[in-house]
Design a binder for this molecule. Structure first.
Ligand code: PEP
Length: 256
């Protein structure tokens, strides 16, 4: 029987950036470069704005990366003007979707129970959630960061059965590190990732915990990626700003 191993991953969250032409150019540059790379089982995921998903999955079809969305509404269809559904993503062959990003939590007031509905809606269509968790600065300063992350996981993903949970990728993203240029130290990242893996082990057992991909996100770049990824519980990164330039993003991939 083939032994399951934990997947390493670098995912790029483009947020609300790039015109169509720029998006096509960036995706093509990354796709061309990845043609020359042996990812050794690791996965690269590009998460462009939703209107570029079809173009991205077309390129991905003949390339070495997967495509993720940045958001969904947790129903298949209905009167929800401006939203997109997991059913629509599935039809486009989108494999991943970011859920619980701090910008969705902050600007769109998304809370843990709503995020749990999104997780369920994605899994219904076999789309992998990249579930983001992480504390804001005052919570870290008050030494509440472990508690905060635990609550986020308990209220949004730990209701899943083992089969469902095994499809999830966790991204630890301390909010104070996102887009600030101040990344978590290697020690802070490892400490939280080990804690998350411990929580998963308590909930689903050691084997599931061992197989869960846990990404770090927050001002990760070509300079700090190697050190961050060298930690035993850091399986790659969810990258914002540095995913917008092919050269920077490829440098991060090479740090896996
Ligand atoms: C993010 O938004 O998920 C992120 C990690 O952003 P940045 O890399 O720009 O900090």
């Amino acid at each position: 029987m083939k032994k399951e191993i934990r997947k390493k991953m670098v995912a790029g969250n483009w947020k609300m950036n790039k015109t169509f032409e720029e998006a096509e150019k960036l995706i093509t540059e990354i796709a061309d470069a990845l043609d020359e790379v042996d990812l050794k089982g690791a996965e690269v995921v590009l998460c462009p704005p939703s209107i570029y998903l079809e173009m991205a999955t077309d390129v991905a079809y003949e390339s070495n990366f997967k495509v993720g969305a940045q958001n969904i509404y947790p129903l298949d269809e209905g009167a929800f003007t401006g939203e997109i559904s997991p059913l629509m993503l599935k039809a486009l062959k989108v494999d991943y979707c970011i859920i619980g990003h701090s910008e969705r939590r902050k600007y769109f007031h998304e809370q843990n129970d709503f995020l749990s509905q999104k997780v369920d809606a994605l899994l219904k269509h076999d789309i992998h959630p990249i579930f983001c968790c992480g504390e804001i600065l005052p919570e870290r300063e008050a030494n509440q960061h472990f508690e905060v992350v635990k609550k986020q996981l308990e209220e949004s993903v730990f209701h899943l059965d083992e089969k469902g949970f095994k499809k999830i990728v966790i991204a630890y993203e301390p909010v104070w590190a996102i887009g600030t240029g101040v990344n978590a130290t290697s020690g802070q990242a490892q400490e939280m990732h080990a804690y998350i893996r411990e929580l998963i082990a308590k909930q689903y057992g050691a084997e599931v915990a061992k197989l869960t991909t846990i990404l770090y996100g927050g001002s990760c770049n070509g300079k700090n990626a190697s050190e961050l990824f060298s930690n035993p519980d850091v399986d790659g990164g969810l990258i914002g700003g540095a995913s917008l330039k092919a050269k920077d993003f490829l440098l991060i991939i090479s740090a896996l």
